[in-house]
Unconditional design. Structure first.
Length: 172
């Protein structure tokens, strides 16, 4: 019997090529000092000239899930040595109100001329804190653990129910 030899292929890690808009999207998405940091919708709207929040949210979600974008984001995070623990610490600071947003207020007179401009810091809103907590829970696996526990409880409930119905049939 003559057996054919199989060639073993070594797979190289693919180096994805991004378009200029995708590169800028990733840069804005990963820039910790940018108002678009870790916000796909805002990053998408900025780089793709989108005016529809819903459309941008949908497109950004698809973009962020693509392997080449994920690879680029991970590469930048590793280069900046901004790992998971660093990101969770940043999210904790935001949730606790230790990281404030800067905002500029412009006062104008009756004619619309600028009279005064000043910067001030704004604490995160309840909605922003909720988003931050949600992101942190996703990152540290809290939701995955809760899903596993819920699945286990469902399975146990089904088993108990089957046993109960079997016992009820025996009594008849």
């Amino acid at each position: 019997m003559n057996k054919k030899k199989r060639k073993t292929r070594i797979r190289k890690k693919k180096k994805y090529v991004l378009t200029p808009k995708q590169m800028q999207f990733v840069a804005d998405y990963t820039d910790i000092n940018s108002p678009t940091y870790n916000n796909g919708t805002k990053s998408y709207m900025k780089n793709y000239n989108s005016h529809s929040v819903n459309g941008a949210a949908s497109a950004a979600s698809i973009l962020v899930r693509s392997p080449k974008i994920q690879s680029a984001i991970q590469e930048i995070m590793e280069k900046n040595q901004f790992g998971v623990q660093d990101r969770i610490a940043l999210l904790a600071d935001i949730a606790k109100g230790r990281r404030l947003r800067k905002s500029t207020t412009v006062e104008r007179d009756k004619d619309g001329k600028k009279t005064r401009e000043y910067e001030h810091e704004i604490e995160p809103s309840a909605t922003e804190i909720g988003k931050v907590i949600d992101i942190a829970n996703k990152m540290d696996g809290t939701y995955a653990q809760a899903d596993a526990v819920a699945d286990l409880a469902k399975d146990e409930f089904k088993d108990m129910r089957k046993k109960l119905f079997k016992d009820a049939e025996v009594i008849k």
